[in-house]
Design a protein around this ligand. Structure first.
Ligand code: HEC
Length: 205
């Protein structure tokens, strides 16, 4: 009896055979299992609800609204202003630090392994791949704001990434670092790289 049932099913296969064959393999037109089918219908229904909710009716927040909201929550929680609200610092209005505390903080930024300054400009600023930073010859300006801009922007064409390594510095760190470089001026470290006279104007401060 069981044998017969099996044969019956096999005999019926010819009715649901799809008419193609590859390397002797044929395909039956079996119905999808119901759990799969209902799952499929469910996702279609859900996509319609999703589309209406977020895009057509705009009830749900968009990505940028969610981002904005999270930034506001973070600002409220950690007391940070969002970058857009922070007033842009006018570098020209800043003073060169001359006190030992700020110069020491600047020195620490200069030798910080993640900033890479010393790998190109040397531990004493004497210059290696990059130019000597202790002499009076500058290409991009020798005053505090020019130095801060030089460091912030870097010279990607010449091989110096922004901030030396791409690792961001705060405006205060930039000010301390640039002040430290100014304090190195005229120190004549050993092995100082000669200035490239063809492109350098003596620094007038
Ligand atoms: C990968 C190498 C490299 C690193 C790292 C690097 N620099 Fe430079 N830097 C250069 C080169 C090359 C130049 C010359 C750019 C030019 O000729 O226009 C330069 C130029 C400068 C100048 C402008 C000099 C001028 O004549 O006006 C300053 C200031 C400076 N670097 C500071 C720094 C500080 C501070 C750091 C670390 C935060 C740093 N650099 C990290 C390669 C580097």
């Amino acid at each position: 009896m069981e044998e017969k049932e099996k044969n019956l099913i096999l005999d019926d296969e010819k009715d649901i055979l799809l008419g193609h064959e590859y390397d002797g393999i044929q395909e039956l037109d079996n119905p999808m299992p119901p759990w799969w089918l209902y799952g499929f219908y469910f996702t279609i229904a859900l996509s319609v609800v999703y589309l209406l909710w977020y895009d057509v009716l705009g009830i749900g927040p968009s990505q940028s609204e969610e981002y904005q909201r999270e930034m506001e929550q973070a600002a409220a929680r950690y007391g940070i202003e969002s970058p857009a609200d922070a007033p842009a610092v006018d570098f020209a209005s800043l003073e060169v630090f001359t006190d030992s505390e700020n110069l020491e903080l600047g020195r620490q930024v200069y030798i910080r392994p993640t900033q890479l300054c010393i790998t190109c400009h040397g531990a004493q600023g004497q210059g290696l791949v990059g130019p000597d930073l202790t002499n009076d010859y500058w290409k991009h300006g020798c005053d505090l704001p020019s130095l801060m801009v030089s460091i912030r922007e870097g010279f990607p064409q010449q091989g110096m990434p922004a901030y030396g390594s791409g690792q961001r510095l705060t405006d205060l760190e930039l000010q301390q670092l640039a002040s430290y470089l100014i304090s190195l001026r005229g120190t004549e470290p050993e092995g100082a790289k000669p200035p490239d006279m063809s492109r350098s104007e003596p620094c007038e401060l």
